[in-house]
Design a protein around this ligand. Structure first.
Ligand SMILES: Nc1nc2c(c(=O)[nH]1)N[C@H]1C(S)=C(S)[C@@H](COP(=O)(O)OP(=O)(O)OC[C@H]3O[C@@H](n4cnc5c(N)ncnc54)[C@H](O)[C@@H]3O)O[C@H]1N2
Ligand code: MOO
Length: 415
């Protein structure tokens, strides 16, 4: 009877051997997609000064209690300008959105409820405004520090920097950011039948889909892919390339050659490259023959050659390791419960099965829908439409309407 490591044991083995890489400082605009290396606190209060939230007039609210009233206009203050006059009783300052509040004023009246006064004798020389409605004190004033006071925690270490985080950093005038180093992830594709795009195919050959797929998946998880091309079924050449790639990468992935066929030499190649085999075969289908080793200090995953199996190996096993190396605060998978819309029997295989599913909301319930297409490990056109992997524990069957664990795919696009 063959023995298979549980997925949980494989996570324990791989994650306990993984630590975040070191940090480096980059310019704000180069921080996109990276993971913050240390927490960022506010240098300044935000907003930095009391400012108007509307175009209108800065007034003393008490002056308006018998509105309509007419006030004398002292000056006009735009955003970026500084008021020079104190607003006294019976006075107002014309103000624009974002401009600092003049001393003496305690509310802003929106322009739409005011009328310029130019009929009276005095108004021909000194501008006046008629305010039609009352306002409460504090109306339309954004207070200094109301978003964040100086010293407040803005972003935690380990958060991924996207547009929202860049806004927070930008508002604080942060120009350089400490981020985790981007993991260098090597990819070696094996198989004498595998050809790169652009060449013509001979009988029995296939185009390489694993290399491009892994390059994309690595980038989606914040890594920097390094493609070492393709090796045939030659032990010496494979071992040499594995050794060379492992020496200059933080993580190495190979595809193919991990099953029991005559040409499945990847495990031997790791050993010949000086590596140590840590596990082979995990209780997961597709992707059962996945292999984990160390060559020097570099972790190496031997993924299945079958494209969908390699995809599922990557998502379930490589992704958490890559995210941990990249500094992600929450690298592990967090499965969610979904209701199953069909009946599936996995008892016969005894291994945990992972099915590509769509997630939809059905009567306010998250529901896993099984596409009609085949779930075979060599079928790959379903991948772009897959929302999540549904897990059926080995030896069980799941019924229509039952709650099941699904692992949503994390498909952020990064450069
Ligand atoms: N007797 C047994 N045979 C197989 C077993 C088994 O337990 N006993 N396991 C099967 C399972 S499950 C899988 S998965 C595959 C895994 O095989 P390998 O990881 O060794 O992969 P290969 O044999 O090299 O290739 C499998 C398949 O995928 C195609 N391929 C490979 N690389 C690429 C690539 N870069 N781009 C596109 N397609 C690729 C390759 O041509 C094969 O068709 O083993 C089963 N057999
Ligand atoms: O485990 Mo294999 O990946 O089923 O096809």
């Amino acid at each position: 009877m063959e023995s298979f490591l549980t997925l949980e044991a494989a996570w324990e083995e791989t994650m306990s051997r993984t630590a975040a890489l070191g940090t480096e400082e980059v310019e704000l605009m180069d921080a996109y997609g990276r993971f913050l290396g240390k927490k960022v606190t506010a240098r300044l209060p935000f907003p930095a000064f009391d400012r108007s939230a509307l175009d209108g007039y800065a007034v003393r609210a008490a002056d308006l209690k018998d509105a309509p009233v007419t006030l004398r206009v002292l000056e006009e203050v735009g955003a970026g300008q500084v008021p020079t006059q104190v607003v006294g009783t019976g006075q107002a300052t014309r103000i624009m959105t974002g401009a600092p509040i003049p001393v003496g004023a305690d509310a802003i009246v929106r322009l739409e409820v005011t009328e310029r006064v130019d009929g009276s004798h005095e108004a021909q020389t000194v501008p006046h405004v008629r305010i039609l409605l009352t306002v409460a004190a504090g109306e339309a004033i954004s207070r200094q520090g109301e978003d964040t006071p100086a010293g407040a925690l803005l972003l935690e270490a380990g958060c991924q920097i996207g547009g929202a985080e860049l806004a927070v950093l930008g508002a604080n005038g942060v120009d350089r950011v400490t981020v985790y180093r981007r993991p260098r992830v090597g990819v070696i594709v094996s198989g004498a039948e595998v050809r790169p795009a652009g060449q013509s195919l001979e009988a029995g050959q296939v185009y390489d889909s694993n290399g491009p797929m892994l390059a994309g998946l690595i980038r989606e998880q914040g890594g920097h892919p390094i493609l070492y091309g393709q090796v045939g079924d030659d032990l010496e050449a494979t071992a040499r390339l594995v050794k060379k790639a492992a020496a200059s990468c933080d993580l190495l992935l190979t595809t193919g050659g991990v099953s029991v066929g005559d040409y499945d030499l990847m495990r031997d190649a790791y050993v010949q490259a000086g590596g140590e085999l840590l596990f082979w075969k995990v209780s997961m289908r597709p992707g059962t023959p996945v292999t984990y080793a160390r060559v020097g200090a570099t972790p190496v995953f031997g993924l299945s050659g079958n494209p969908a199996a390699a995809f599922i190996n990557f998502v379930l096993l490589v992704q958490p390791v890559l995210r941990k190396l990249a500094g992600h605060a929450q690298p592990e998978h967090r499965p969610v419960k979904a209701m199953l819309d069909s009946q599936i029997d996995a008892r016969v295989i005894g291994l945990d099965r992972f099915l590509r599913v769509n997630l939809i909301m059905q009567e306010a319930v998250l529901t896993a829908v099984l596409p009609t297409h085949s779930q075979k490990a060599g079928i790959l056109t379903t991948l772009p439409h897959t929302d999540a992997l549904l897990r059926i524990p080995g030896g069980t069957s799941v019924q229509h309407g039952q709650l099941v664990d699904v692992y949503p795919l994390q498909r952020g696009v990064h450069t």
